[in-house]
Design a protein around this ligand. Structure first.
Ligand code: ADP
Length: 341
């Protein structure tokens, strides 16, 4: 981080810790940067098991998240603890919650509170992180290959899958060249919401674990169900169901038929991945852009990544699709990046 430190707001002022928040509809993401010798600050982080810690040179980047619904309790307790050790002088914040929770934060911390556009912060974050070589891509289904630093290619399409989905056309790092061109209401929030209604599970990791053991052929209507075993010659895309959840209808009269949670979880996840990737591939086609980068915490699991990757290449095998291991944190990191405008 030494070389890139000049690109962070860290050098400004005397604050011992930089704090960036991205408070979304589901998760509140926090990115912090401090010098490795700040042992008191380091101790505060020790109690978080799900924290990402990246040390480069003398600086440490910590990444952690809380449920947005717990922001006023858990996230504020964390921020107050840090504030006791080293007075927080500035809070850099983005996401809808930067507006909603501003009064709460200001009241407790007395720090300068600076708000940023969330899509610009997202792009700033991943351009900064990309310079460390954290981007990896998936070659095949279920196969992850980490690659060294990989220059982002411009123009590209960015798909951010959070609670909902934003699709951006990014022609250069300049703000004027970053444009939201599409989106969909069917995103990570839809996965959790429908899963809760259908199988009573609203924990993202649990849904993914179930889906990994599922078989969507029990739920989705396929070519084979309509055309019979010879379906391949009738279909150009045998991998894509004809209708997500479409097979359930055929069993309406069969009162005894029940569906496994695993199969429902997979059909649901697959439906959302196919939907999002189809829109993204159409946007890419419209703008004649082949590079698509996926972000957002929906891409936290490698299984979701595998499905998105597979679905993308099914729509268009020429797409260059990439994912990032720090997926959901780009907005919070982006608030900490110093920009030359
Ligand atoms: P937002 O900014 O809208 O909160 P995020 O990029 O943080 O969006 O992504 C939220 C989505 O990430 C959720 O809808 C869910 O699908 C997925 N997700 C991954 N891990 C978790 C988790 N631990 N808790 C809740 N949602 C999670």
């Amino acid at each position: 981080m030494e070389n890139r430190n000049s690109l962070l707001k860290y050098k400004k002022g005397s604050n011992k810790i930089l704090i960036g928040l991205d408070i979304g509809g589901t998760l509140a993401k926090i990115a912090t940067v401090n010098h490795k010798d700040e042992s008191e600050i380091e101790k505060v982080f020790e109690s978080f098991s799900n924290m990402n810690k990246i040390q480069t040179g003398d600086y440490i980047l910590h990444l952690l998240f809380f449920s947005t619904s717990d922001f006023e309790t858990e996230a504020m307790t964390f921020l107050k603890k840090i504030n006791e050790i080293s007075e927080i002088t500035q809070i850099h914040a983005t996401g809808g919650g930067a507006y909603k929770y501003e009064p709460v934060i200001r009241k407790s911390l007395k720090a300068e509170f600076i708000k940023y556009d969330e899509l610009i912060s997202l792009v700033d974050g991943y351009i900064f992180i990309n310079d460390y070589g954290f981007i990896y891509k998936i070659q095949n289904f279920d196969e992850r290959i980490e690659v060294p630093s990989l220059d982002l290619e411009f123009p590209h399409i960015t798909v951010n899958i959070g609670s909902g989905v934003s699709i951006l056309k990014v022609c250069s790092p300049l703000q004027k060249d970053i444009q939201r061109v599409a989106g969909t209401i069917m995103g990570g929030g839809t996965l959790i919401g429908l899963s809760k209604l259908l199988i009573g599970i609203d924990d993202y990791n649990e849904i993914i674990n179930l889906a990994q053991k599922g078989d969507y052929h029990n739920i989705d209507l396929s070519n084979e169900d309509i055309y019979g075993k010879d379906s391949k010659k009738n279909s150009s895309e045998p991998e894509i169901p004809l209708s997500s959840f479409g097979k359930v209808y055929n069993y309406v009269s069969d009162k005894k038929k029940s569906y496994k949670k695993e199969d429902i979880a997979l059909s649901l996840l697959n439906m959302i991945c196919l939907h999002i990737t189809q829109i993204a591939s159409l946007v890419a086609k419209k703008y004649k852009i082949n590079n698509i980068y996926y972000y957002g915490n929906f891409t936290r699991s490698s299984f979701a990544i595998s499905l998105l990757n597979k679905a993308s290449l099914t729509w268009n095998k020429n797409l260059k699709v990439r994912f990032n291991i720090l997926n959901g944190f780009m907005g919070s990191i982006g608030t900490l990046v110093e920009k030359n405008k």
